[in-house]
Design a protein around this ligand. Structure first.
Ligand code: SAM
Ligand code: DTB
Ligand code: SF4
Length: 347
């Protein structure tokens, strides 16, 4: 292990210099770090569900769920426990080891927390890892979710501090850091990343990754989203980012936070398989699996199964079930995990 594993003092110049490396040099360095800390052929598989969709009062310029933009997303109430459970079981059967639940809230109200806690408890009961992304948390919220069995809380810083004001005006960057502190203090694992391709400069992409790497702890999970441009949002007409620039962002994240799992997150539907393969080589170790993200599309389940086969990738073991690899993403026709964890997933 190299001593960069514990660094939280990356300067902007250092991060920018990584971005500026010749592409092959950057990928070689990132892959070397990746192999030191991770199985390069294992990919953590998560499935997302929007448990409370649309009607959000915030103004995040990328987001189809903000009530103020006309995007065609219909606002819906919080789903019932039974409805979420059905979707979680289906995700598990399709090979996911983690179920991530998103709510289009600025943050939950006190009265929402017992309802979400009940959902988390039920999903955890299926033997899945749990993750929630509900916005800014209030006093006691993180602890109540942890007590219900929540494993991860996702809260993104989204972009560089100096670009943030061009994207979001209804809550401050500092508010996000406060929620991340509450999450860590409650003993939850942190899932925190951002979006690239929102019209930021390379320097600002470096700023996002520098800010993530200099958090008090590296997030255990770092989702790197490529903007999914949605008509009706202020960023709906944004020019697509050069795919190699996206790969560079994955590689730099890999080098800065060697022990974290970097997720190739939103934007895979717009990416071809070769670019995804480069992302895995550069150090991405997680994906969202399933035909929908929250409200937008994701690659077909069959396409992901084929990609895993072609690249000889296998799903990562679950933290919650050590020794268990839920591999039906590779062999959908097989029955029974066979690794003694009591799950119903194919081996
Ligand atoms: N409302 C909560 C919040 O904002 O914290 C949780 C849900 S929110 C949709 C979760 C994250 O999804 C955002 O922070 C953003 O990084 C990502 N996201 C939303 N819309 C996106 C888009 N069009 N393209 C890429 N990522 C997006
Ligand atoms: C994250 O960083 N990306 C996911 C998850 N965390 C919640 C969300 C992506 C959303 C993409 C737009 C949509 O489907 O609405
Ligand atoms: Fe609301 Fe979250 Fe979308 Fe922002 S990203 S508008 S807070 S749902």
């Amino acid at each position: 292990m190299t001593d960069i594993a514990t660094r939280h003092d990356w300067t902007r110049a250092e991060v920018s210099a990584l971005f500026a490396l010749p592409f092959n040099e950057l990928l070689y360095r990132a892959h070397t770090v990746h192999r030191e800390h991770h199985d390069p052929n294992a990919v953590q598989v998560s499935t997302l569900l929007s448990i409370k969709t649309g009607g959000c009062p915030e103004d995040c310029a990328y987001c189809p769920q903000a009530a103020r933009y006309d995007t065609g997303v219909q606002a819906q109430k919080l789903m019932t426990v039974a409805a979420v459970l059905e979707r979680a079981q289906a995700a598990k059967d399709a090979g996911a080891s983690r179920f991530c639940m998103g709510a289009a809230w600025r943050g939950p109200k006190d009265r929402d927390i017992p309802k979400v806690a009940e959902i988390v408890r039920a999903v955890k009961g299926l033997g899945l890892e749990t993750c929630a992304t509900l916005g800014l948390l209030g006093d006691g919220h993180a602890q109540a979710l942890k007590d219900a069995g929540l494993d991860y809380y996702n809260h993104n810083i989204d972009t560089a501090p100096e670009f943030y004001g061009e994207i979001i005006h209804t809550r401050e960057y500092q508010d996000r850091l406060g929620t991340l502190n509450q999450v860590r203090d409650a003993g939850l694992k942190t899932c925190c990343g951002g979006i690239v391709g929102m019209g930021e400069t390379r320097e600002q992409r470096a700023g996002l990754l520098q800010a993530l790497a200099n958090l008090p702890e590296h997030p255990q999970s770092v989702p790197i989203n490529q903007l999914v441009p949605v008509a009706g949002t202020p960023l709906g007409d944004t020019e697509p980012l050069d795919p190699f620039e996206f790969v560079r962002a994955i590689a730099v994240a890999r080098i800065l936070m060697p022990q974290s799992i970097v997720r190739l997150s939103a934007g895979r539907q717009q990416m071809d398989d070769a670019v995804q393969a480069l992302c895995f080589f550069a150090g991405a170790g997680s994906i969202f699996h399933g035909e929908k993200l929250l409200t937008t599309g994701n690659p077909d389940v069959e396409a992901d199964r084929a990609l895993f086969r072609r690249l000889d990738l296998h799903p990562m073991e679950m933290d919650a079930h050590p020794g268990t690899v839920h591999a039906d993403i590779i062999q959908p026709e097989a029955g029974g995990c066979g690794q003694g964890c009591g799950c119903s997933v194919a081996a």
